[in-house]
Design a protein around this ligand. Structure first.
Ligand code: PMP
Length: 330
């Protein structure tokens, strides 16, 4: 019989799949690293596991302790899943703009969610940053992973994502493309691949137009999980050879093409990364091998990227292509 002892033993070792149609006939092989098959549904399971295990080893997180983090997204799910397995409590602090669905997911794993007003500046005592800082001091045995400054974030990719890719491609990949949020994925994976290939593998970041990594100031964009308005400590500026900026429209159109043409129901940052990979593929040699990382699945975005009215309201779709009504099909 072949089975895992526990769900956290299933983190990592994700598959690669060839992209066939969305590459629009570009020469090189483009392979997608499918991270939604992680047990918590995203690439963030990798960092959650390593951050918790490092804090256990250093004594920062003690048996029965409480993990406190200002997150509502994939990192929260990864942490909640790891905490459930290892017997820790979890408190997530998130702004009130976060959807009820996202809060429900965290609570389903047994976490507590504290909701704070969005419309206050970060230094305000009720902001979600201030509240999470206060909870860390007030709750006994509390530990804050801080994914933006925790070295275990890039290290998890240096020790897992990077070696997996090198092995899966038999050392033949020539380019690695990833969206940049905390920068953990690109910094850790990129550093490993540069070392393994003696500098030959090119590392390419994908960034929403307006974010700091591609020279912006943090102008709001709609793609979730990527782009920043500050430079996190987890981003190593020496790793990426190039950053490609992608618009919201191009990110979301590619996200929908991934579902419709490749059977990959994935999130908006995946469409962004693939749009960058396709742009790159068009100027590469036919025998190059490009790997693009797809961070999460698309189920969490059904009301946005995959909703015609939402897309049309931002001008991402022509107005006449909205959802069919019963009248249209009868
Ligand atoms: N896409 C999604 C959906 C994410 O949640 C994240 C993590 N913020 C990223 C991309 C970017 O990954 P990283 O933080 O490692 O740069």
């Amino acid at each position: 019989m072949e089975y895992a002892e526990h769900v956290i033993d299933l983190v990592g070792d994700t598959p690669l799949v060839k992209l066939n149609s969305v590459t629009d006939g570009a020469g090189p092989l483009v392979l997608a690293k499918v991270e939604y098959v992680n047990p918590g549904g995203s690439v963030k399971d990798r960092i959650a596991l390593r951050m918790v295990e490092a804090a256990e080893a250093s004594g920062e997180l003690k048996p029965g302790g409480t993990i406190v983090e200002p997150t509502s997204g994939n990192t929260g799910i990864g942490l909640a899943m790891v905490a459930q397995r290892k017997g820790y409590h979890c408190v997530f602090v998130c702004p009130d703009k976060v959807s009820e669905d996202k809060r429900n997911v965290l609570e389903a794993y047994g976490a507590r969610v504290v909701v704070c007003p969005t419309a206050v500046p970060p230094e305000h005592p009720e902001s979600y940053y201030s509240v999470s800082d206060r909870l860390v001091t007030e709750i006994e045995g509390a530990w804050k992973p801080n994914q933006y400054a925790n070295t275990s974030n890039p290290e998890s990719h240096y020790h897992s994502t990077g070696p997996e890719l090198w092995q899966q491609t038999d050392g033949r990949l020539t380019h690695f493309v990833a969206g940049v949020g905390t920068g953990g994925t690109i910094s850790g994976t990129g550093r490993y691949l540069k070392e393994a290939s003696e500098g030959k593998v090119k590392i390419v970041g994908a960034d929403p137009e307006g974010s700091v990594y591609s020279g912006g100031t943090g102008r709001p964009y709609l793609v979730e999980g990527v782009g920043e308005d500050f430079w996190p400590e987890t981003y190593d500026r020496d790793v990426a050879d190039e950053i490609i900026a992608i618009s919201d429209a191009d990110s979301f159109i590619m996200t929908r093409r991934l579902a419709a043409e490749e059977g990959l129901l994935v999130g908006g940052s995946c469409g962004m990364a693939v749009a960058a990979a396709v742009e790159l593929a068009k100027r590469c040699d036919p025998d190059d091998v490009i790997v693009v990382l797809l961070p999460d699945g698309g189920r969490g975005y059904l009301g946005k990227v995959f909703n015609d009215s939402w897309m049309a309201s931002y001008g991402f779709l022509p107005p006449d292509s909205t959802d069919a009504t019963v009248g249209d099909v009868l």
